[in-house]
Design a binder for this molecule. Structure first.
Ligand code: ADP
Ligand code: MG
Length: 265
């Protein structure tokens, strides 16, 4: 099997995500109006901003779930949206696309686990189906991933037998099972009861300490301050402000960032 680029792969030069003037429309309605953002290997890049500002859309563009209609978006060394030489949307070869997608883990607000499978099989499933991994080896690896998120004792429970926080940790283990070079999180704690938020953030902190490259859309300003390397403030389809996470949270320069941060702090 050919290998998928990892963040330590010397063949991938430059930033893991390199977005320049990224435009994206749903039908006639443009929602990304020229997004510029770089994410470097090993970086925790936090994205904040009001509802409807294009944060989820941008994450979906990064992993190829939505087309890019203008500008350049390079992810893991691959131009994902726009063939600049030909001036048209990139046509992926299906195999190449599957390989690209396998290198990126995504965790959503809703955990989307398979209800009829236990935690172990939820984690083992994609490596078996997508990578063609032997079932026994995949289950052993899944057990390791569940241990990593502190769920060894719950491996044989189905989603409905787990708390929301535990389900989200299974979802993270499931993404990690594909050995992604980049992890995308879209408000991973927003659907959780407040007392379950910390256990998920702790797992994300451990991942960050392990050097995982992460893009995290979040309302958890304390997480961004503590774990984030950079912070980007999205508003109306553009990055209004980008900088060192702690500095930007402590002293935002743009009036809209200031207003947003004072509303969520
Ligand atoms: P955020 O994640 O920051 O809340 P989104 O990326 O979800 O913002 O949405 C950006 C804009 O695009 C919003 O105006 C939203 O209504 C619109 N939008 C999102 N998804 C779709 C879709 N599938 N079809 C049409 N419009 C959409
Ligand atoms: Mg969103």
């Amino acid at each position: 099997m050919s290998s998928v680029a990892t963040s330590t792969d010397p063949s991938v030069e430059g930033p893991v995500v390199h977005a320049r003037e990224v435009h994206m429309s749903y039908g006639d309605v443009e929602v990304l109006h020229g997004v510029d953002l770089d994410v470097h290997a090993g970086e925790v890049s936090c994205i904040i901003g009001p509802s409807g500002s294009g944060k989820s859309t941008f994450l979906r563009c990064i992993n190829g779930l939505e087309p890019v209609h203008g500008g350049s978006l390079r992810v893991l060394g691959e131009e994902v949206g726009w063939d600049l030489s030909g001036g048209r949307a990139k046509a992926w070869h299906p195999k190449r696309f599957a390989q690209f997608r396998a290198g990126i883990g995504m965790v959503f607000q809703r955990f989307n686990l398979f209800a009829h499978m236990d935690a172990l099989d939820n984690v083992a499933c994609a490596p078996i189906r997508v990578k063609g991994m032997d079932a026994k080896a995949a289950r052993a690896m899944a057990a390791d991933q569940l241990a990593r998120v502190g769920l060894s004792e719950h491996a044989h429970k189905r989603p409905h037998q787990l708390s929301g926080g535990q389900q989200q940790r299974v979802a993270i283990a499931r993404a990690l099972a594909m050995e992604p070079a980049l992890m995308l999180f879209d408000e991973p704690t927003s659907a959780l009861d407040p007392e379950l938020v910390d256990e998920v953030l702790e797992v994300m902190k451990a991942l960050a300490r392990d050097g995982m490259t992460m893009v995290v859309v979040t309302h958890e300003i304390s997480f961004a301050r503590e774990v984030g390397d950079t912070l980007s403030f999205f508003d109306e389809g553009v990055v209004v402000e980008h900088g060192d996470a702690r500095t930007t949270i402590a002293s935002p320069q743009h009036a809209r960032t200031q207003a947003f941060l004072s509303s969520v702090k």
